[in-house]
Design a protein around this ligand. Structure first.
Ligand code: SF4
Length: 399
């Protein structure tokens, strides 16, 4: 969803196009005033993604948005409650073949204008188990609202039921997926800043999607919506629900074994590859030989580091052993070349040419020279046991 004013046409167009370029499939905009729905007439021809008008309180905004050429309407049963008004919107959408999302939100479901009604709802809210009652209330409002649509023979509907509570989002979507046949739009609303909102959103949405629940998603942050798009896509890619575009980057978190500046390397690799690589090659940037070979095994291009140097593999084959200052350039070049080969049909993603033969951790990677110098380790040699390469000490084993 855009964060700026819809009536600020040029900025709104720029924001929508930025989100589309980042990977958004659908963009929602707020239309609180008539000048916002008027603006849609100029915005829509300048953007490449379907636009959803987010309508609250004023049903006229929905009618105006439909006339302006919007692709979908979102209505909130918590604040557009007049039956005749809802029917007007349904009929307008029906005439143009537009879908409507019925979106209940925890924050706007309890009555705020009718004091008596609010008292009754809040009474129930506090008298019973909070989550259970709230869920029942949201589902009851959805059912009541959807009945108006069904009575109008209108079925082009999507449903959402958002909350800021990740566990509640999981519970309510699990419940409504059993109860309704309509497609579900998932989201944790008001999830907060990106840093914590990310966990809040991913916790609920990934659990639901792993259970096969959900048709569209929105990640919501108090931040630039580009982050919402990027993280939403990464979630879909990570769950294998959408084919990844660009690099799948694996990197180790580092530990007391690290002997290169891996954090800087990973960020440099990420930025460079994001700008250049469009084929979903898997790249592993690993700190040492402990997990390096294992991750490199499944990667198209991999590096694992030793003492201020790194060994680079392509499709399991060792192609270079370079000092730290040369790792970045060499790794990027290997990624570029691998992408070119994939595009020419000369290499296949995920195909290993040879099994990785791990280097001697105390040998060519340079790690452990201090131990060797201290006399605790004399020499290691590679031996093959049952087809597996293992390292064996000659002389005194180190302590
Ligand atoms: S790969 Fe090596 S450096 Fe990285 S976390 Fe694992 S053991 Fe530590």
């Amino acid at each position: 969803m855009t964060a700026g004013y819809t009536h600020d046409i040029d900025k709104c167009v720029a924001e929508i196009n930025r989100m589309a370029a980042a990977g958004a499939d659908i963009v929602r905009v707020a239309v609180p005033e008539k000048k916002d729905t008027d603006a849609l007439r100029e915005i829509i021809p300048q953007v490449r993604v379907p636009i959803v008008a987010d309508v609250h309180f004023h049903f006229q905004r929905a009618l105006e948005a439909v006339e302006a050429g919007v692709h979908k309407i979102r209505l909130n049963p918590g604040n557009i409650t007049d039956r005749a008004q809802v029917i007007d919107v349904i009929q307008a959408c029906k005439a143009k073949g537009l879908p409507i999302r019925v979106g209940v939100n925890e924050g706007s479901i309890i009555e705020r204008r009718d004091k008596q009604k609010r008292k009754e709802e809040l009474g129930k809210f506090f008298a019973q188990h909070k989550q259970g009652h709230l869920m029942a209330l949201m589902i009851a409002k959805l059912e009541e609202y959807l009945d108006i649509f069904y009575e109008q023979d209108f079925y082009d509907i999507a449903i959402s039921a958002k909350s800021m509570d990740a566990a509640f989002v999981f519970d309510i979507y699990s419940a409504i997926s059993e109860r309704f046949d309509e497609p579900l739009h998932l989201g944790v609303t008001h999830a907060g800043p990106k840093e914590t909102g990310c966990i809040r959103s991913i916790a609920a949405l990934s659990a639901l999607m792993c259970n096969g629940v959900g048709d569209t998603i929105r990640i919501s942050y108090a931040n630039d919506p580009i982050y919402e798009v990027e993280d939403g896509l990464e979630l879909l890619w990570s769950l294998g629900l959408r084919e990844r575009k660009g690099v799948d980057l694996i990197a180790c978190p580092t530990c007391g074994r690290i002997q290169v500046d891996l954090f800087t390397l990973v960020q440099d690799v990420r930025k460079a590859l994001a700008a250049e690589i469009t084929v979903p090659i898997k790249v592993a940037v690993m700190g040492c030989i402990v997990n390096g070979p294992g991750e490199a095994e499944g990667a198209d291009v991999a590096i694992f580091a030793g003492d201020r140097r790194g060994i680079i593999y392509v499709q399991g084959e060792k192609v270079a052993n370079v000092p730290e200052p040369e790792i970045l350039d060499r790794l990027l070049n290997e990624c570029r070349e691998f992408q070119a080969k994939v595009m020419r049909g000369e290499a296949k993603l995920g195909e290993k040419k040879v099994d990785i033969v791990p280097p001697d951790p105390l040998g060519e990677l340079g790690s452990g020279f201090d131990k060797i110098a201290s006399g605790n380790v004399e020499k290691r040699v590679a031996v093959t046991v049952g087809g597996e390469v293992k390292w064996s000490l000659q002389g005194e084993p180190h302590a």
